[in-house]
Design a protein. Structure first.
Length: 356
């Protein structure tokens, strides 16, 4: 399977800069996630990789070969489109078999491959149905099957699960991961859904306004986001504004907007305005200051509660303009209520300084 090298790709649509000098190296057999808000250039980058769009600048290498100007059908890629792009008047079989027929494989082989791939996506025996008679989620799985059946070296998936319900989404994403790993297909997976990206991708690329902001493993992206945007985009976060003052002497003291001081780890001895990121699950909530288990202990009042079954989120106002979100998993011994006075604490090592 191919290693993919995206080198300084830039793509304009007229005056619109959709992809801005993007470089990503994708290892053989790796599953890379492209994650970013609507309009940040994910689909455009995928289309450049598949050959449906020509970039204005930059090159794409697959397996060491420059494919930048190669037409889509000559590339070792399969693209699963965001909007399925199925042939509505054709049957499920005809849709999935399309690429195999173009390749002029024997009919017997085509039937076998189509049957097998329908088993993989759990839609056995519907070969003769017209795709227009299928639900949105089923059509999405047919589009996925059409890509997978070609056994591509590089699989490009543009939001392949966006029309599935929550349970099927999880099942199908695990399916994709299993197939992808068992066949060793180098894959690029576009998604809006951060949980999806964290759960199945080997590495995640965070995109914004056509640019790459950060590339890293799910643990790196979640644990050490390098920008406010990445911190906020992935997972739930508390991003507190404040500063580190030179005359404070201790560079590990962070002063919140409200003037309250908290301890952080400031290895680079940075001074100036910054943000501190604390994930809700790293905050301990207590009803007395003596129960604050960590160095930082801040008083506040619960102003909002979100109960989600397995987890409850408490938003705590620590000043007029500052709130901190904390989460309690499972059943809590204590029932907290809106208006309740509480104390929040967290380790200084769980308070990540974001200088941007
Ligand atoms: N054919 C086109 N002509 C002009 N501008 C386009 C065209 N296609 C996309 N764009 C613009 O390029 C930018 C990137 O679009 P793209 O479709 O790559 O975003 P995306 O990240 O895939 O978004 P989404 O998550 O909504 O699918 C957007 O500003 C979009 O409006
Ligand atoms: Mg898109």
């Amino acid at each position: 399977m191919s290693k993919v090298d995206i080198k300084n790709i830039t793509k304009y649509y007229g005056d619109v800069l959709a992809v801005d000098d993007v470089s990503i190296e994708i290892e053989k057999g790796e599953l890379i996630g492209l994650l970013g808000p609507s309009g940040c250039g994910k689909t455009t980058l995928l289309r450049v990789m598949s050959g449906f769009l020509e970039p204005n600048q930059g090159s794409i290498y697959m397996g060491g070969k420059d494919v930048t100007l190669m037409p889509p059908e000559k590339r070792p890629t399969s693209l699963v489109f965001q909007n399925y792009a199925l042939f509505p008047h054709l049957s499920v079989f005809e849709n999935i078999a399309f690429g195999l027929k173009v390749k002029k494989l024997p009919m017997e082989q085509i039937r076998k491959d189509v049957k097998e791939i329908l088993e993989v996506i759990d839609l056995q025996g519907i070969e003769e149905r017209s795709v227009s008679q299928l639900s949105g989620g089923q059509q999405q799985r047919i589009a996925l099957a059409r890509g997978l059946v070609m056994k591509p070296e590089v699989l490009l998936l543009d939001e392949p699960l966006c029309n599935l319900d929550a349970k099927l989404r999880v099942e199908t994403r695990d399916h994709i991961k299993r197939i992808q790993k068992s066949l060793g297909i180098t894959s690029v997976f576009v998604t809006h859904d951060q949980e999806e990206a964290l759960s199945i991708c080997d590495r995640i690329v965070i995109m914004k306004d056509g640019k790459v902001l950060q590339i890293g493993t799910p643990e790196e992206i979640y644990g050490q986001p390098t920008s406010k945007f990445a911190a906020d985009f992935i997972g739930k976060s508390n991003l507190l504004n404040g500063r580190i003052e030179k005359d404070e002497k201790d560079p590990n003291v962070f002063i919140l907007e409200s003037g309250q001081k908290v301890k952080i780890e400031n290895e680079d001895q940075y001074f100036g305005n910054a943000n501190v990121l604390i994930r809700p699950e790293n905050i301990v909530i207590a009803d007395e200051p003596e129960k604050c288990s960590e160095v930082n202990c801040i008083e506040g009042e619960i102003d909002y509660i979100t109960y989600l079954g397995e987890v409850t989120y408490y938003r705590v106002a620590i000043s007029k303009n500052e709130q901190i979100l904390t989460s309690v998993y499972g059943k809590s011994d204590k029932i907290w209520e809106i208006g309740g006075k509480v104390f929040l604490s967290w380790k200084s090592t769980d308070a990540l300084l974001i200088k941007e």
